[in-house]
Write a protein that binds this ligand. Structure first.
Ligand code: FMN
Length: 166
């Protein structure tokens, strides 16, 4: 995969959250390329305080659904659950960065993804047998997109940007 810097920025600009997916499975080499982007993410003191659980079994995936906010998990061929070591100060941020790396890599590889912050941590931990020293930070769905959502409104730079002080 050869990519110019400009293309990477365009990929970041065009990414949308995808909640509808084709049934087509994601080949292992494509999934591994996404996971690799997470593995290589920066982390505080390079501690890499993370574990990622790839969920593909429909029966297990279904256990992660608890409301309309994450019902589309059912349709997504893959869910990646990002966990952080509870005793590491920056673990949640580290895991979020790694997941976002995966989201961008997924877009570059023709996949769609969506962050999921709506979940019940204890139920997820039980369903996936996640040990007590880990927190579930977030999940992302992955799969070939079956929708092209319009860009939602985003704040203008002038509204959020400050130079040399607020
Ligand atoms: C931390 C986080 C949690 C999110 N949780 C959910 C969720 O539980 N369900 C959902 O449908 N979308 C979720 N989203 C996706 C957002 O709704 C989406 O990013 C936002 O509407 C902007 O759209 P865009 O991603 O296409 O730019 C989440 C996004 C983030 C960053």
């Amino acid at each position: 995969m050869v990519m110019r810097e400009k293309e990477l920025v365009e990929i970041i600009y065009r990414r949308r959250s995808i909640r509808r997916y084709e049934k087509r499975p994601v080949p292992d080499d494509v999934l591994n390329a996404v996971l690799e982007a997470g593995r290589l993410a920066p982390s505080a003191s390079n501690l890499q305080p993370w574990h990622f659980i790839v969920v593909r079994e429909p029966e297990i995936k279904r256990k992660l659904i608890f409301s309309t906010w994450n019902r589309f998990i059912d349709e997504a061929p893959i869910v990646i659950v990002g966990c952080g070591e509870a005793d590491k100060k920056w673990a949640a941020i580290d895991v979020a960065i790694a997941l976002e790396n995966m989201v961008i890599a997924a877009e570059a590889l023709g996949l769609g993804s969506c962050w999921i912050g709506h979940f019940r941590e204890e139920e997820v931990k039980k369903a996936l047998r996640i040990p007590g020293h880990l927190r579930v930070v977030a999940m992302i769905t992955l799969g070939y997109p079956a929708e092209r959502p319009r860009a939602p409104p985003k704040k203008k730079l002038e509204e959020i940007l400050h130079y040399d002080g607020f």
